[in-house]
Design a protein around this ligand. Structure first.
Ligand code: NAD
Length: 297
C-alpha cells in the first residue's frame, strides 16, 4: 500500500513526486485558442472531457439537460467554462447552444456530441418497447444529428472544425447490450462515416469514440435496475471485472484523452474514424469471450 507503514521511511519529496505523477492534473496547450461545445457535459465522460480541454487551453461551453449540475460544473471548472441549458431532443436548444458558443467566444472549433442515455426495456426483441425506442433515438441519434447540423452551419464558412460523437463498443458487436441502446450506437458510427464523407471537402473532420463500460451515473442507474439490492461498490467491481486488459480498467479520463487527440491537430488527417477504447475487449470477443448483456453499456 503506497501510504502504508512500509512507506514511512520514504522521503516526503519522493511521495510528493509519486502523488503528482499519479494524480496531478495534466496540462498542455493542444487546444490553445480553440472553442468547444460539449453536450451532456454536466457529469461523467462529458465533464471529464471539458476538464481536459480546458487544461489544454480551450474555452468550453458545457451543455446539459441538468441545469443545476451543469451550472455547478461550469463554476467548478473556472473562467474558461460556461454553461447553457440544452435538451438535445429540441433542435432549437441545440441551435441556441451553438449560437451561444459563437457569440460568447467568436467561433466554434470543436463540437462534441456526447449526451446519451441507456434504455430500460426488456432484453428480448419480442418485448421491444417502441415508445422507449423512440425516446432513446431522439437523444442518442436525433440529438447527434442536430448537433452535427448546427455545428456544420457555423464551421463550413470557416472551412475548419472537429466534430466528435460518443458511440460505444455496443455499437460494434451485437449482444453486449439491449437492442435499443446497441442499435443507437451502431447508428452513431454510421452517422460519422456518412457525414465525414460530406464535410471533408469543407476541411471539417468527423470522428467518434467507442468506450468500454465505465461506472458513470447512467450506467450505475441502469445496472441497479437490473440488479436491485446490489450495492454500488459491487456494481462498480462488476463493471471493472468485465474488462479484459490486465492491470487497468476504463475510466472517463481514457475517453477524455481520446477526445483530446481527435479534437486536436495531432489528428489533423483523421476523419470518419471510430476510436475504440476498450482495452482489447472487442478483439477478445473473436476468441469466444463474452460478458452478460446487462454488464456493458
Ligand atoms: P452520464 O450519465 O455521466 O452523462 C450523460 C449526460 O447526458 C448527463 O449529464 C445527462 O444529464 C445528459 N443528458 C441526458 N439526456 C440529455 C438530453 N436530452 N439533452 C442533453 N443532455 C442530456 O454518462 P456518461 O457515461 O458520461 O455518458 C456519456 C456518453 O457516453 C453517452 O452517450 C453514453 O451512451 C456514452 N457511453 C458511456 C459508456 C459508459 O459505460 N459510461 C460506455 C459507452 C458509451
Amino acid at each position: 500500500m503506497l501510504f502504508g507503514t512500509s512507506c514511512i521511511s520514504i522521503s516526503g519529496a519522493f511521495l510528493a513526486r509519486s502523488f503528482n505523477r499519479k494524480f496531478s492534473i495534466q496540462t498542455g496547450s493542444k487546444l490553445e485558442g480553440k472553442v468547444a461545445l460539449i453536450t451532456g457535459a454536466a457529469s461523467g465522460i462529458g465533464k471529464e472531457t471539458a476538464t481536459k480541454f480546458i487544461h489544454n487551453g480551450a474555452k468550453v461551453v458545457i451543455s446539459d439537460i441538468q441545469q443545476q449540475l451543469g451550472q455547478d460544473t461550469a463554476t467548478e471548472l473556472g473562467p474558461n467554462a460556461s454553461f447553457i441549458a440544452c435538451d438535445v431532443t429540441k433542435e432549437s436548444d441545440v441551435c441556441r447552444a451553438v449560437d451561444f458558443a459563437v457569440s460568447k467566444y467568436g467561433q466554434l472549433d470543436i463540437m462534441y456530441n456526447n449526451a446519451g442515455v441507456a434504455c430500460h426495456t426488456p432484453a428480448s426483441i419480442v418485448d421491444l418497447d417502441l415508445a422507449a425506442f423512440d425516446r432513446v433515438m431522439a437523444i442518442n441519434i436525433r440529438g447527434i444529428m442536430a448537433g452535427i447540423k448546427h455545428a456544420s452551419r457555423v464551421m463550413i464558412p470557416r472551412r475548419t472544425g472537429s466534430i466528435l460523437c460518443t458511440a460505444s463498443i455496443t455499437g460494434i458487436m451485437g449482444g453486449l447490450a439491449q437492442h435499443t441502446y446497441s442499435i443507437s450506437k451502431f447508428t452513431v458510427i454510421g452517422i460519422v462515416k456518412s457525414v465525414a464523407a460530406e464535410l471533408c471537402k469543407h476541411g471539417i473532420r468527423v470522428n467518434c469514440i467507442s468506450p468500454f463500460a465505465i461506472p458513470t451515473p447512467f450506467v450505475m442507474e441502469e445496472m441497479s435496475q437490473f440488479l436491485p439490492g446490489v450495492d454500488a461498490q459491487r456494481l462498480i467491481d462488476m463493471i471493472h471485472n468485465a474488462g479484459v486488459l490486465e492491470g487497468a480498467y476504463c475510466e472517463p479520463s481514457d475517453i477524455a484523452n481520446a477526445a483530446l487527440y481527435l479534437a486536436s491537430d495531432d489528428a489533423k488527417y483523421v476523419s470518419g474514424h471510430n476510436l475504440v477504447v476498450d482495452g482489447g475487449f472487442t478483439s477478445m470477443k473473436s476468441l469466444g469471450f463474452s460478458a452478460p448483456a446487462d454488464q456493458v453499456q
